[in-house]
Design a protein around this ligand. Structure first.
Ligand code: T4K
Length: 409
C-alpha cells in the first residue's frame, strides 16, 4: 500500500497509546539504525575467496576497499582501521599531538574519549543551535598556547563550518581534523566530505548506513601522514616488516573489508530510501506543534542516516523524555542522542570549564527516530501518528497515575 509522501499522520485516542494501556504499535522492535541489508551473493562469494586464499588479515580486500573508498571520497589516501574510535586515536597519536584539543561536547562520547585515551585534554566548545556543529566564534575564544588541534564533528552528516574553521586553524598554525563518523557520502559546497582539514575519520559501525560490521577509515590528502598511519596501524612496520616507529594493531580485517566491498553497489539505494523516509517523516510530522526536523545539510548533500527531531517542550506541552517513553512503549526505540553532552559524562565531570548553553539545550530537546532500509513508510506513518497523538492530547495524558503505578523508562 502506498501511503504517499504527503499523507499526514492520524490522531489516536490517548487511551490507545501503549504506555497508557493500549497495544504496542509495533510487534517487532524498531531501532534507530538497524544494519542495512548487504548484497549476500557478493559477500558470500568474497568470503569464499577469502577462505580459499587463507588471508584473513593483511590481504587484498582491505587494499581494494581503501582504493574504492578513496575514489568515492575523491581523496588521495584512505587508511582502513578497526573502527572510528581507534581511527581517531591513531590519528592524534601519529600526529604527535600534546596538550589540548578543541572539540564539541555535543557528540558521541567516542570523540572525546579517543582524545582522553591518548593523554590529550579535550577542551569542550559550544555548538551552533541551528547546525548542531562547532561554533567557530566559540572555538576562537578557546584557542590558547596549549591548543594542539581543532577536532570538528560533522554531526548527523551535516558539515561543520569548514571555511571558518580552516581560517582559524591556519591563523594559529594548528591542525584541523574532522570526526566524519556520520558523514559518508555527504558533501560540503559540492565536494565530498573526506578531503577537508588534515584528515577525516569515518565510522562503518553496524548502525551506520554503510557498514563493515565494525570498521572505519582515515582519509587524507597528505601522503606522508598516510604513510605514517599505515605503519602505526600495523605495529609500526613498513612493507618489509621492519619496525620503524611505535605502533599498535588497528588493522581492518579482511572480513570487514569484504562486507564493505559488497555494500558499495547498494549505496544509491540506501541513500534513496533514507531520503524518501526523511521526506515521509516531514509529511507525517507537518504542523505538529513544537516538533521540527533538523535540516540536515543546507549547503550540500546529506545521507539522511539520522532523522533528528527537536522538541520545544513549551509549545508541545510534553517533555522530550516523556515522548521518548511513549515511543519506547510502542516498541519504537527512538534515542536521546547525545544526552547529556560529553562534558557532563563521568570521565569529564571535573573538566567543566565553561558554560555550554546550546549543548545543554540540544541535549535536552533532541530525539533521533528510526531510519534505514528496514523502516517502511507505514512505520513512519505510525510513528508520526504516535507523536501527533501525544502532543495534541498532551494536557490529558495521565502521567501521575502512571508514575504511581511504578512504571518507569
Ligand atoms: N564519532 C561519532 C560522532 C560517532 O557517532 C561515533 C559512533 C564514533 C565517533 C565512533 O565510531 P565507532 O568507533 O563506533 O566506529 C552507537 C554506535 O555504537 C556508535 O558507533 C555510534 N557512533 C553511536 C552514535 O551509536 P549506541 O550505544 O547507541 O549503540 P547500540 O549498540 O545501542 O546500537 C544502537 C541501536 O542499533 C540499537 O538499539 C540496536 C541497533 N543495532 C545495533 C547493533 C550494534 C542493531 O540493530 N544491530 C547491531 O549490530 O552507540
Amino acid at each position: 500500500m502506498d501511503l504517499g509522501l504527503s499523507a499526514p499522520s492520524e490522531i489516536r485516542a490517548w487511551k490507545d497509546l501503549a504506555l497508557f494501556g493500549g497495544e504496542p504499535a509495533f510487534s517487532n522492535y524498531l531501532y534507530v539504525n538497524r544494519p542495512n541489508p548487504v548484497n549476500r551473493p557478493e559477500l558470500f562469494e568474497r568470503i569464499g575467496q577469502m577462505l580459499d586464499s587463507g588471508w584473513l588479515s593483511n590481504g587484498p580486500f582491505v587494499l581494494e576497499f581503501e582504493e574504492k573508498v578513496a575514489q568515492f571520497l575523491e581523496v588521495r589516501h584512505c587508511v582502513a582501521v578497526t573502527n572510528a574510535t581507534v581511527g581517531l586515536e591513531l590519528l592524534v597519536r601519529t600526529l604527535g599531538l600534546r596538550g589540548e584539543v578543541i572539540v564539541p561536547s555535543y557528540t558521541f562520547i567516542a570523540t572525546a574519549l579517543a582524545l582522553r585515551w591518548m593523554g590529550l585534554t579535550p577542551v569542550f566548545c559550544d555548538v551552533d543551535l541551528v547546525t548542531h556543529n562547532l561554533d567557530p566564534l566559540d572555538v576562537a575564544k578557546r584557542i590558547n598556547p596549549s591548543t594542539a588541534a581543532i577536532l570538528g564533528v560533522h554531526l548527523w552528516g551535516h558539515p561543520c563550518d569548514i571555511d571558518s574553521l580552516t581560517t582559524l586553524a591556519k591563523q594559529y598554525s594548528i591542525p584541523l581534523l574532522f570526526d566524519a563518523a556520520h558523514s559518508f557520502a555527504c558533501t560540503y559546497k559540492g565536494k565530498r566530505i573526506g578531503g577537508f582539514g588534515q584528515a577525516e575519520v569515518f565510522s562503518f559501525h553496524a548502525t551506520k548506513f554503510f557498514s563493515t560490521g565494525e570498521g572505519g577509515i582515515i582519509s587524507t590528502n597528505d601522503a606522508s601522514l598516510a604513510k605514517e598511519l599505515r605503519k602505526a596501524r600495523n605495529f609500526g612496520m613498513n612493507e618489509k616488516r621492519m619496525v620503524l616507529r611505535e605502533g599498535t594493531n588497528a588493522k581492518m580485517s579482511e572480513m570487514s573489508a569484504a562486507m564493505g566491498l559488497a555494500a558499495f553497489s547498494s549505496i544509491p539505494a540506501f541513500l534513496a530510501q533514507n531520503r524518501a523516509n526523511s521526506d515521509c517523516y516531514g509529511a507525517a510530522l507537518k504542523d505538529v506543534a513544537g516538533i521540527r526536523l533538523h535540516n540536515c545539510n543546507p549547503c550540500g548533500v546529506n545521507n539522511f542516516q539520522y532523522i533528528v527531531a527537536e522538541l520545544d517542550e513549551h509549545r508541545a506541552g510534553i517533555g522530550r523524555d516523556q515522548l521518548l517513553r511513549i515511543l519506547n512503549a510502542e516498541h519504537c526505540m527512538a534515542r536521546s542522542y547525545f544526552h547529556p553532552g560529553c562534558h557532563r559524562e563521568t570521565p569529564f565531570e571535573n573538566s567543566i570549564q565553561y558554560e555550554l548553553p546550546n549543548t545543554d539545550k540540544l541535549a535536552a530537546r533532541v530525539l533521533v527516530l528510526p531510519n534505514g532500509m528496514t523502516v517502511a513508510k507505514e512505520d513512519i506513518q505510525k510513528i508520526g501518528s504516535i507523536i501527533r497523538s501525544a502532543i495534541v492530547q498532551a494536557k490529558e495524558l495521565p502521567w501521575q497515575s502512571l508514575d504511581l503505578a511504578g512504571k518507569s523508562l
